[in-house]
Design a protein around this ligand. Structure first.
Ligand code: ATP
Length: 389
C-alpha cells in the first residue's frame, strides 16, 4: 500500500485551458479518497495521471516514496476499475479475474488460490465458469472489481464504476465497495460526479471545479463548512438555498432583508463576518426550515419566523419538501446574475426548497409560517462566492 501525493499538478491538452490546474492533494496510506465535481471538471484526467494513462504537463506525482511522472503505467503497481468494466468477453469470469496474475506469470496454484479467495469475497464463486455476457450488470461490476483486487496493488483507482447500474443496484454496490475497501484497507481514489456516492463512500472528498481543487475534507466538513458557494451548492440534496440579502445596520444588530423575510443575525461572529458589505448571499439548507407550528417557543426564539406561500409540496413518507417561490428585487438580482452564471448552475434560484417533518400540514396555495434556524445559516460574499462564516 502507498500514499499518493500530488504536487502542483497541471494538465493542458494542446494549448487550451488547463483541464487540471495546480492541484495539490495528499491521499493518505489506506485512505478512501473521492474526487467529485461536475462533468468536465478534470477528475478523470487527474485519475488518469495517477495511473499513468495521461502525461503530466507540470507538477509532481508521488506514489509511496517514488516520483512516478516518468514511470510507465505497468510499473506503478496500481489497479484500475473503469466505468465500462473492460472485461474480456471471450474469457470466463475465472480467467477475467486471473488475467493480471497471468500477465505477471504467477504460478497456476497461486492463481487458483487467489482467484478462489477473491471470488468468495465478492460472492462470485458460483459464476466462475460463465462468460461476462451471461452476467447481470452488478455481477459484471464485481468481476471488474475482482480483477482489480486479485493482485496486491499499492492502490485502487475507480473511474465512475457504478454509473452504468440502476439506482437500486448502485446503492447495493456502494455498500459493497465501502465494505471491501475497509476490509482490504488499500489506498483508494474514486472518481464520481454523484454527490451521494461522494458523501457515503469516502473518508475524505476532494471537490473539483474547472480543473481547480475547491476543498478537501470529510463528508461532514464539506456539508457543514463549505468554503464557497460552489461546494455549498454541489454537496447536499436537495441543495442549499441561496437567498440574496441586503444588509440593514440601522438598528442595533445586523438585519438581513431577504425575499423570504427579514432575519436578525444574532450570532456575533456571523454579524462580524458580514463586514461592511451591503449585500450578501444567505445559504440555508432545506432541513434548517421547519413548520413553525411544530416548533416550541424556546426554539422559535433562537431562529427567525417568516410568512411564506408554498406552491408545491412533495410528500416522501418520512419527510416532505415544500417549494416556496420568491422574487428577488431587481437590483439584487442583477448584482448576482454574473455570479450565478460564473458558478454554472442554478445556484440562485427563484424558489426555496424546504424539508418539513412528515407531520406538517402545510399545504400548497395557502400561507404558511416557517421557522428558520438562522444559527445554521451560511453567508457568502456576493462577488467571490467565498463563505464568510
Ligand atoms: P466527466 O465526468 O464528463 O468524465 P471529468 O470531470 O472527468 O468529466 P475530464 O474528462 O477530466 O473531466 O476532462 C476535463 C477537461 O479536459 C474537459 O474540458 C475535457 O473536454 C478536456 N479533455 C479531456 N480529455 C481530453 C483530450 N484527450 N483532449 C483534449 N481535451 C480533453
Amino acid at each position: 500500500m502507498a500514499a499518493i501525493t500530488m504536487k502542483n499538478i497541471v494538465k493542458r491538452y494542446g494549448d487550451g485551458f488547463p483541464a487540471v490546474n495546480d492541484v495539490s492533494l495528499d491521499v493518505r496510506d489506506g485512505e478512501f479518497m473521492i474526487l467529485v465535481g461536475p462533468s468536465g471538471c478534470g477528475k478523470s484526467t487527474l485519475l488518469r495521471m495517477i495511473v499513468g494513462l495521461e502525461d503530466i504537463t507540470s507538477g509532481e506525482m508521488v506514489i509511496g516514496d517514488r516520483v512516478v511522472n516518468k514511470v510507465a503505467p505497468r510499473e506503478r503497481n496500481l489497479s484500475m476499475v473503469f466505468q465500462n468494466y473492460a472485461l474480456y468477453p471471450h474469457l470466463s469470469v475465472y480467467e477475467n479475474i486471473a488475467f493480471p496474475l497471468r500477465l505477471a506469470k504467477v504460478a497456476d496454484d497461486e492463481v487458483r488460490r487467489r482467484v478462489t479467495e477473491t471470488a468468495e469475497l465478492l460472492e462470485l464463486t458460483e459464476h466462475l465458469d460463465r462468460k461476462p455476457a451471461n452476467l447481470s450488470g452488478g455481477q459484471r461490476q464485481r468481476v471488474a472489481m475482482g480483477r482489480a483486487i486479485v493482485r496486491q496493488a499499492d492502490a485502487f483507482l475507480f473511474d465512475e464504476p457504478l454509473s452504468n447500474l440502476d439506482a437500486k443496484l448502485r446503492g447495493q454496490m456502494r455498500t459493497e465497495i465501502s465494505r471491501l475497501q475497509r476490509r482490504l484497507g488499500v489506498t483508494t481514489v474514486y472518481v464520481t460526479h454523484d454527490q451521494t456516492e461522494a458523501m457515503t463512500l469516502g473518508d475524505r472528498v476532494a471537490v473539483l471545479r474547472k480543473g481547480v481543487l475547491q476543498q478537501v475534507g470529510s463528508p461532514r466538513e464539506l456539508y457543514e463548512e463549505p468554503v464557497n458557494l460552489f461546494v455549498a451548492g454541489f454537496i447536499g440534496s436537495p441543495s442549499m438555498n441561496f437567498l440574496p440579502a441586503s444588509v440593514d445596520r440601522s438598528g442595533e444588530g445586523v438585519l438581513l432583508e431577504t425575499p423570504l423575510g427579514r432575519f436578525e443575525l444574532r450570532d456575533a461572529r456571523k454579524a462580524a463576518a458580514v463586514g461592511d458589505r451591503s449585500v450578501v448571499l444567505v445559504g440555508i439548507r432545506p432541513e434548517h426550515f421547519e413548520d413553525a407550528s411544530l416548533v416550541g417557543e424556546e426554539k422559535q426564539a433562537r431562529g427567525s419566523l417568516v410568512r411564506v406561500r408554498v406552491d408545491v409540496t412533495e410528500w416522501l413518507g418520512n419527510e416532505q419538501y415544500a417549494y416556496v417561490p420568491y422574487e428577488a428585487p431587481e437590483d439584487l438580482a442583477a448584482r448576482l446574475r454574473d455570479l450565478s452564471r460564473e458558478l454554472d448552475g442554478d445556484q440562485l434560484r427563484t424558489q426555496a426548497v424546504v424539508a418539513l417533518d412528515a407531520a406538517s400540514t402545510i399545504a400548497p396555495g395557502r400561507g404558511a409560517e416557517l421557522w428558520i434556524d438562522t444559527t445554521r445559516a451560511h453567508l457568502f460574499d456576493p462577488s467571490t462566492g467565498e463563505n464568510l462564516t
